[in-house]
Unconditional design. Structure first.
Length: 117
């Protein structure tokens, strides 16, 4: 199910281990993580990797990559445990590829060289 900016922020805070379970986030943490989301959205938009508006709902196929990128953007602020940071970094590393695969299925990273017979 698609997620709103607030829900993405909460998922990012949960992945950073700032918020546990169904607990709600502090307003200052929410502001910090939503600013990170805005930065991630802007970066994805310049690469044509968004299919939703900045205030719109993130589609299912983009939720995990956007959460990973948002969490990674604030890791230095929230300082998660090393194993959590490693997991977030790995997910963020593949996020652009995942989004490209889903939102730009015809994208070719390197042009194919023609073969003549």
């Amino acid at each position: 199910m698609s997620k709103t900016k607030t829900q993405i922020g909460l998922l990012a805070l949960q992945s950073l281990r700032v918020v546990e379970g169904d607990a709600s986030a502090d307003s200052s943490d929410t502001t910090i993580i939503e600013d990170a989301y805005d930065q991630v959205y802007a970066r994805l938009r310049t690469r044509h990797l968004v299919s939703w508006g900045s205030g719109g709902s993130v589609p299912d196929e983009a939720v995990n990559p956007v959460v990973a990128l948002t969490a990674q953007a604030r890791m230095t602020y929230f300082k998660p445990p090393a194993e959590v940071a490693a997991m977030i970094n790995f997910q963020a590393l593949t996020a652009f590829e995942d989004l490209t695969e889903v939102l730009q299925p015809d994208y070719v990273s390197q042009p194919v060289e023609a073969e003549y017979f």
